[in-house]
Design a protein around this ligand. Structure first.
Ligand SMILES: Nc1ncnc2c1ncn2[C@@H]1O[C@H](COP(=O)(O)OP(=O)(O)OP(=O)(O)O)[C@@H](O)[C@H]1O
Length: 444
């Protein structure tokens, strides 16, 4: 078994692309199949090496490896050979009509109440007519003559699908400049590189009937491939994600401090009836089933992803996160803050709170209370009973309790309205820092 993920290196992978990469990788892991990374780089103007490097970085970050890699740009001779074979079998025929002529024909057919399908006029051209056109400097493009049949397949996601080829215009597979179209390149690759399962986005669904026809014309069997078309992923506003728009890229999520496991967990169960849960790559693979994926478009929900990220961070041990903690950060520090971070980027902030500087909140209204807090602060050394002893003393001198007692303290000590438990934070901060913070807040 072999699956492939085939991105074009024309931008950074977004979460929609990632959904497909993850689906292929999980399917491959679950069934022990080979994962092929195919770089669809035939668009020389838009393809860039840095994007290809970026795709590899993103995939590795998600925990996706590949056993094989191919570049379409290195296989142009294979596409040329397929073109020759199709010409020889008469399935590829030359056409000379201009865009203008074609649109006039389309309109005439529509006016006559017929579907605007190409009329195959060029199939009837005699060798003399063709020679004359070429002598006049015209260069043909080439269309693939579709079978007069309906192609059917049982899609792994969409269920029973069919495409009536007589309702479709014969597609152009070779341009006047000699370059081939994606449909041809993709089919040649899938046939020659031994792919067995084609799992891709719904944007390729309408083309599948044509591809099955082409597979057969190139010597394959119509049922040789299993197809699965996953619905497109929309952004929170309902728009289709695109590399061109650089929206919701994996790169930006990584920079924002999202964990790769959160993305894999979220995207592997998106559009299924399963509740989103934080899981490892192997757990995600074990329960992955394309037939459970909804057939309608899914919407990306950042809150769900952040929720999973928070859970995953909470579960991480010091050893697992250590290399991403600020220098000097201890296991105690991690255990105190880990329940309070949505994103790894927030860790540095809490490190500043316990071991660095914060902007003092202006609490001059609370100056006398903060002074009482300084006076009642127990002497060093501190232990687990310190906080309780301090609060008992402070309650007695200030007459405060509940929020009136804790809120100004939290603000003065951390600069934040909410966060990890204060009793744990003060032990990480140490007595001198606590005293300084109380003073700074009173005079800010
Ligand atoms: N919004 C999306 N949701 C789900 N899958 C998508 C989405 N966009 C692309 N894909 C899938 O991602 C895979 C890689 O495709 P490709 O590199 O052509 O991405 P693309 O974002 O459509 O590119 P571009 O924006 O440059 O046209 C394909 O299987 C494609 O079907």
């Amino acid at each position: 078994m072999k699956l492939r993920f085939a991105p074009s290196p024309t931008g950074h992978l977004h979460v929609g692309n990632a959904r497909l990469a993850i689906a292929n990788a999980l399917f491959a892991r679950r069934h022990g199949a080979v994962f092929l990374l195919r770089i669809d780089d035939t668009d020389r103007d838009r393809s860039r090496e840095e994007y290809e490097t970026g795709i590899e970085t993103d995939l590795r970050w998600l925990g996706i490896g590949w056993q094989e890699k191919a570049h379409q740009s290195a296989r142009l001779d294979r596409y040329a050979a397929a073109v020759e074979a199709l010409k020889a079998s008469g399935r590829l025929y030359p056409c000379f009509e201009s865009e203008l002529e074609l649109s006039a024909k389309r309109e005439a057919r529509l006016r006559a109440g017929k579907p605007p399908v190409y009329d195959r006029a060029m199939l009837k051209m005699t060798p003399e007519q063709r020679a004359r056109a070429e002598a006049n400097g015209k260069v043909p493009y080439w269309r693939f003559r579709l079978s007069d049949t309906t192609r059917r397949w049982n899609d792994l996601v969409m269920g029973e699908c069919s495409v009536k080829l007589t309702a479709i215009s014969d597609p152009v597979l070779l341009r006047t400049d000699g370059t081939v179209l994606y449909t041809l390149a993709s089919v040649v690759d899938d046939l020659e590189l031994g792919v067995t399962h084609i799992v891709r986005g719904e944007d390729h669904l309408t083309n599948t009937g044509v591809q099955i026809d082409l597979i057969e014309a190139l010597g394959g069997k119509p049922g040789q491939f299993a197809f699965g078309h996953m619905p497109l992923l929309l952004d929170e506003g309902g728009a289709k994600l695109s590399k061109r728009l650089d929206g919701l890229s994996l790169r930006s999520l990584r920079h924002d401090g999202i964990e790769p496991e959160a993305i894999v967990s979220y995207l592997s169960r998106l559009g299924t009836a399963d509740d989103p849960a934080a899981m490892s790559f192997d757990e995600a693979a074990a329960g992955f089933d394309l037939s459970r994926v909804s057939r309608s478009a899914a919407r990306f929900d950042m809150r769900q992803l952040l929720g999973l990220n928070r859970k995953l961070l909470h579960q991480k041990s010091f050893a697992e996160i250590q290399d991403r903690l600020p220098e000097g950060a201890t296991e105690d520090f991690w255990n105190v803050i880990r329940g309070n971070v949505d994103l790894t980027g927030e860790i540095a902030h809490w490190w500043q709170v316990v071991a660095g500087e914060i902007t003092p909140p202006g609490l001059s209204d609370e100056a006398s209370f903060l002074e009482q807090a300084r006076e009642t602060l127990p002497p060093a050394p501190w232990d687990e009973g310190t906080w309780k002893a301090w609060m008992t003393a402070l309650r007695a001198v200030s007459g405060r309790s509940g929020r009136a007692l804790f809120h100004p303290l939290r603000l003065a000590l951390t600069g934040e309205e909410a966060g990890p438990e204060l009793h744990a934070l003060i032990r990480l901060m140490g007595r001198e820092r606590v005293l300084a913070r109380l003073q700074d807040a009173a005079f800010a």
